[in-house]
Design a protein around this ligand. Structure first.
Ligand code: GDP
Length: 437
């Protein structure tokens, strides 16, 4: 699926080559693909629509960087916008002791596991945690919390004889305080779907225990209903944070964007496995790349922005247009490419180039070409036509190559120049446009 999205984006962006400024018109196809990408990552359709509008507003009128294609630039803008949106708000919990945290969410989302993970993590930060089992409908959930508590040496409060959740909460709180605990985590019951009784129970529990943080634990594989779930819980108890679980799975993670965009509640943590230590603060950049499935292109654009000399690239492009490109220019262009890393690495990052293999021999060829050009004098580089037999021998020897290799390089270069010349006219421009497609 990732491949085909990348390929679709590539073809949508093809028409964008050569534009100087991004506009609503020239971005339309690309943005349509982005919307499709978001929808197939399970982002809610309203959120996808709004997001695309925001990107359009951010991108319209931007000058296209000289060294990357407009398409690559759009992807970077989208990625940055997505990261910004996902990362708004702090991942920090309130800095106070005692700290009371209520965990809410659907059944199976990972509340119990996450309660223990959070307790363990906070214990490392100097807190003395306690866990309170408020899921009275599933005896197995109480067992699970107890087992986790025992294993991690975290005290757990349970009351298997009562179904009065607010009372269990209050007694648990007193019990924890009496033991000198300063981080009290309440694991509540979930349902398969949002259920009014359950919501009322959580509202009552909240009133009773006055939590400082209310975290919605949500499975990252939650599809379009993520919006409803988050909205419902937020309306009922005013969430202070979201914990995304099961990011180790293959969910594309659109639920994160939907929940964040609709509730504006910060995503604070993420669960990345069943083990207790597989838990971390939320990383918006990783999430954005997961949703878009375009991570490699993003890093390519970043690299290009850092390492390519914009003016030099522009100068070379001008020279190519005028067909007075010489071997000095050729050398300069090769060095720019080298700054981006190995050829094979660059090809792998480009959408649509998956099938292309760049072997070591191509890398070697680049090195040999560079060596030969370097052993020419600057005058020879600018005027390759003067390179006669004796000069050829000297240059070849100086670079450790055969005269045959040098002959081939000069022949190829001559052909390239001829081609540039023939493209100067309007017929040539059309030919060039065809080649760019
Ligand atoms: P609850 O019903 O919300 O309390 O959910 P549980 O804590 O019982 O978790 C349900 C299942 O999801 C269990 O099998 C957990 O081991 C699993 N789980 C929870 N968090 C993660 C996670 O981040 N990654 C993976 N792979 N599994 C998780």
């Amino acid at each position: 699926m990732l491949e085909s999205l990348t390929d679709r984006m590539t073809s949508a962006l093809r028409n964008l080559r050569g534009v100087g400024k991004l506009s609503e018109e020239n971005m339309a196809d690309a943005l349509k693909e982005v919307r499709t990408a978001l929808l197939s990552a399970d982002v809610h359709f309203k959120v996808a629509r709004q997001f695309v509008e925001d990107v359009k507003a951010a991108a319209t009128g931007q000058e296209v960087l000289k060294s990357v294609t407009p398409g690559q630039q759009i992807i970077k803008i989208i990625n940055d916008e997505l990261t910004k949106l996902l990362g708004e708000g702090s991942t920090a919990l309130k800095d106070k002791k005692p700290l009371r945290i209520m965990m809410v969410g659907l059944h199976g989302a990972g509340k119990t596991t996450t309660s223990a993970k959070l307790a363990k993590r906070m214990a490392k930060n100097g807190y003395l945690p306690a866990l309170i089992a408020c899921d009275v409908y599933r005896p197995a959930a109480i067992d699970q919390l107890e087992t986790l508590g025992q294993r991690e040496e975290i005290p757990v409060y349970t009351d298997r004889d009562s179904k009065d959740v607010p009372k269990i909460g209050r007694q648990g709180l007193e019990w924890a305080k009496a033991q000198g605990r300063d981080l009290i985590i309440f694991d509540t019951a979930g349902r398969l779907q949002i259920d009014e009784n359950l919501v009322q129970e959580i509202v009552k529990l909240k009133k009773e225990i006055q939590p400082d943080e209310i975290l919605l634990v949500a499975d990252s594989a939650l599809g379009q209903e993520a919006v409803n779930v988050a909205q419902h819980f937020h309306d009922a108890v005013q969430l202070t944070g979201i914990v995304l679980t099961k990011l180790d799975g293959d969910a594309r993670g659109g639920a994160a964007l939907s929940m964040k965009a609709i509730t504006n509640v910060p995503i604070k943590f993420m669960g990345t496995g069943e083990k207790i230590e597989e838990f971390d603060v939320f990383h918006p950049d990783r999430m954005a790349q997961r949703i878009l499935g375009m991570g490699d292109v993003v890093s390519l654009v970043e690299k290009a922005q850092e390492s390519i000399d914009q003016d030099e690239a522009q100068r070379l492009a001008e020279k190519m247009k005028k067909a007075d490109f010489d071997l000095e220019d050729f050398l300069s262009q090769m060095r720019q490419i080298k700054k981006l890393g190995s050829l094979g690495g660059i090809m792998k990052m480009l959408p649509g180039a998956h099938g292309l293999e760049i072997g070591d021999e191509h890398e070697d060829q680049l090195k040999h070409t560079e060596a030969m050009i370097l052993s020419m004098t600057p005058y020879e580089r600018r005027n390759p036509q003067i390179i006669n037999g004796s000069r050829r021998k000297r240059i070849a020897a100086g670079s450790g190559m055969d005269v045959r290799d040098l002959n081939q390089l000069l022949k190829q270069f001559g052909q390239m120049r001829k081609m540039m010349k023939s493209m100067k006219g309007s017929k040539g421009r059309k030919q060039m446009e065809r080649m760019a497609k």
